[in-house]
Design a protein around this ligand. Structure first.
Ligand SMILES: [Fe+2]
Ligand SMILES: [Fe+2]
Length: 214
């Protein structure tokens, strides 16, 4: 579609994020079974539901503009999804590294969405499309909240990974790397399990304190 007016540009970008949300929904559904961390699992499950709602909100925004909801192939989203899939393919089967890769990938997705929605909210406001602006602000608020929750979980996941790496290398050097390649291997190390459980509790407590829900 040729972009000749501000309205054309806005509709093009709305179609872009409409496509991006579909791509990100599919990506989240694909990575969910690979997550080990309970808090990252809950975050993803919650955000999958939100993404489905966001797609509906975008359809309402198209309707408010009086145009048909239409996906415009979003190369930006495709790039992020491809990058995230490649990292997951390359990462070892160590569940902590997998969780970190998924959390890091999700943070990239959220920040991409935030920048798109901020631009769209500003555009809708400038065009006097108040209803559309309010709808898009709802999606933006969810993305900002999700980005904050993911970023809050990453330092704890990193600390946990560092601790486990430390306890694995002290002592059984010859077998530690092999032992950490499965979730079972981690749970067999009693010190690591205790540390991991307390770290998980800390993260969940922090999330409850911040968001009011786990
Ligand atoms: Fe989204
Ligand atoms: Fe999102």
């Amino acid at each position: 579609m040729a972009i000749k007016t501000l309205e054309d540009k806005f509709q093009h970008e709305l179609g872009d994020i409409y496509d991006a949300e579909h791509q990100f929904l599919e990506m989240q559904q694909q990575v969910l079974p690979k997550v080990s961390s309970p808090q990252v699992t809950r975050l993803l499950e919650q955000h999958i539901k939100q993404t489905e709602q966001q797609i509906t909100v975008l359809e309402q925004a198209f309707a408010a503009l009086g145009v048909e909801a239409k996906r415009v192939k979003c190369q930006g989203a495709t790039g992020i999804v491809t990058e995230n899939k490649k990292t997951l393919k390359d990462v070892s089967s160590d569940p902590m590294l997998v969780d970190l890769a998924i959390a890091g990938g999700s943070a990239k997705v959220e920040h991409y969405e935030i920048s798109v929605y901020r631009g769209l909210v500003a555009g809708a406001e400038a065009m006097g499309q108040t209803k559309v602006m309010k709808l898009l602000q709802r999606n933006l608020a969810q993305e900002e909240q999700t980005a904050a929750k993911i970023e809050q979980s990453i330092p704890k996941l990193l600390q946990q990974a560092v601790k486990n790496a430390g306890s694995a290398t002290s002592g059984k050097k010859a077998t530690s790397a092999k032992g950490r390649t499965s979730a079972k291997g981690v749970s067999n190390t009693s010190n690591s399990t205790t540390d991991a459980a307390s770290q998980t509790d800390e993260v969940e407590s922090a999330m409850v304190a911040t968001t009011g829900q786990a």
